[in-house]
Design a protein around this ligand. Structure first.
Ligand code: B12
Length: 324
């Protein structure tokens, strides 16, 4: 979720500790500083270099680009262009890898997640929003999704299934979560130069929250994502793909009845000229993994983080995303 400017620029780390946090050798850090002016560390009173969390985030991003096959001069050049375009530093970079600074989901967040669930069950919108804001300040987006939102939704579903809460409460809770995540999705930069990915559900599938969560995570990683929502008629979807020419389409299925539709879609898609990649996932495939074999596409994985990694392998982001 973080863009570079959200990291502190307070100079406090030695080059050794930067090396440990980023896995970039000290000699390389100094060479990148000298040749490409990537960083301008402050100096301690003894003359030693001092780096900030922002420097570490930038270095991690640069390393990730270099590891994906780009030369350092290309990465440094893209960065310079972004600065000249004025995209830097407010919106340009989201950290698409693990956040370099070590994080622990503390007891505090587990407590807050419990309080969030309680507020939702009490239909206390104000309290739920306050707690959500507090959680947001303590976790990154992937942690928010995997350790707070998904467990909350699953618990609410279980209580509804056991008849402990009404449909009204379940709807209140899932709508509130949907609103919060939609706001985050819309606040993330739209990377107009990055590979385009469409994310949504096939016909009759109304569980649109999980593809929305996944679309938000993908956008956070720098993809140019369009979230299409629930219940999309196959013909419309195919027409839209022909017009928009995305590099990848991700379809989510939660109920078993969606699987034949995804299968039909994959067959139609494979007949298309220059068809995009098809990725699929969701609880329906997790429950019955063999059903995925009928789909002409890639099963992305059981969890959101696994699926994100799979998309990054299938569709690497090669250039610095240009922002609108
Ligand atoms: C909210 C909700 C609804 C809302 C959806 C609102 C919305 N905008 O999404 C509404 C009210 C519309 C709804 C309707 C129904 N629902 Co409902 N719903 C839920 C609930 C509570 C949460 C779903 C959710 O968003 N979970 C969060 C997601 C992220 O978690 P997850 O699905 O476990 O996903 C995991 C992985 O699969 C992966 N993943 C998930 N999706 C994706 C997608 C991609 C692309 C990738 C890569 C990965 C991935 O990530 C997660 C783990 O890391 C669940 C309870 C539950 N246990 O999930 C029931 C649940 C899914 N619903 C259920 C049912 C039965 C229904 C209805 C049939 C009820 C009815 N009688 O009308 C209808 C079906 C409507 C339809 N045609 O689709 C059942 C499904 C049972 C089954 N085996 O099929 C559940 C499990 C409840 C239950 N325990 O019985 N529902």
């Amino acid at each position: 979720m973080a863009s570079i400017c959200e990291f502190s620029d307070e100079a406090r780390y030695s080059i050794k500790s930067v090396m440990q946090k980023t896995d970039v050798q000290a000699v390389t850090i100094r060479a990148w500083e000298r040749r490409y002016s990537l960083l301008e560390p402050k100096r301690a009173s003894n003359g030693y270099r001092l780096y900030s969390d922002r420097d570490i985030a930038l270095l991690s991003w640069v390393k990730q680009q270099v590891d994906s096959g780009l030369s350092i001069s290309t990465v440094a050049g893209s960065l310079k262009e972004a600065i000249e375009r004025g995209d830097w530093p407010e919106a340009v970079l989201t950290t698409s890898g693990p956040v370099p600074v070590q994080r622990h989901i503390g007891q505090n967040v587990s407590k807050l997640a419990e309080q969030f669930l309680t507020a939702l069950l009490r239909v206390d919108e104000h309290m739920a929003s306050e707690i959500f804001a507090e959680i947001l300040g303590q976790v990154n987006l992937l942690e928010l999704v995997e350790t707070v939102l998904i467990p909350t939704l699953v618990e609410i579903g279980a209580r509804w299934e056991r008849g402990e809460i009404s449909v009204a409460i379940e709807h209140f809770a899932s709508n509130l979560i949907q609103g919060k995540i939609q706001a985050i999705y819309q606040s993330l930069p739209y990377h107009s130069g990055a590979p385009k990915v469409l994310v949504g559900c096939g016909p009759d599938e109304l569980h649109a929250l999980s593809p929305l969560l996944f679309a938000t995570l993908l956008r956070d990683c720098g993809y140019r994502v369009e979230y299409l929502g629930p219940d999309i008629p196959l013909e419309d979807l195919l027409d839209y793909i022909a017009a928009e020419k995305p590099k990848m389409v991700v379809i989510s299925a939660t109920i078993g009845d969606s699987i034949p539709q995804v299968s039909e879609f994959s067959q139609q898609l494979s007949k298309m000229k220059a068809a995009p990649l098809l990725g699929f996932g969701g609880a329906a495939f997790n429950r019955n993994p063999e059903t995925g074999q009928r789909i002409q596409g890639v099963y992305l994985g059981k969890t959101m983080s696994e699926s994100l990694l799979r998309v990054k392998e299938l569709l690497p982001i090669k250039v610095l995303p240009r922002l609108n």
